[in-house]
Unconditional design. Sequence first.
Length: 133
Amino acid sequence: MEVHTALLDHVVLAVSDLAASTRWWAQVTGATPAHLPGGDVSLQVGGQALRLRAGSPAPFGSVTLCLVADVSIHDLYDRIEQLHLRHDEVAPIIGAEGPLQAIGLQDPDGYFVELATYVPDRRAAAPAAPAAF
């Protein structure tokens, strides 16, 4: 069976310190943690969920998540600075729907997180051509 259309519902990350990771991810995403039966913590991020589970994290550097925000890259940068989080400089990357500007972070277990925003469509900024009659 071939899947042509699929939506990502949630991602589960195994973390070494559930409380510390919950605080970090809640700070970065602005999401309110919900404690699930069985001990997982869920954070609603956009239309998806990020779930944290106590366990052995994946090897350092083996997981990268890109979270796309609906704010400017300057707003993202300012938020990261206000939270005093270590981060990379703004860099261009390619996302599922086109070019992005991203800022790289690492969570407490070494998962790489790209906070990104789509590059504004330069064509939309150009003046519209006069309508033809």
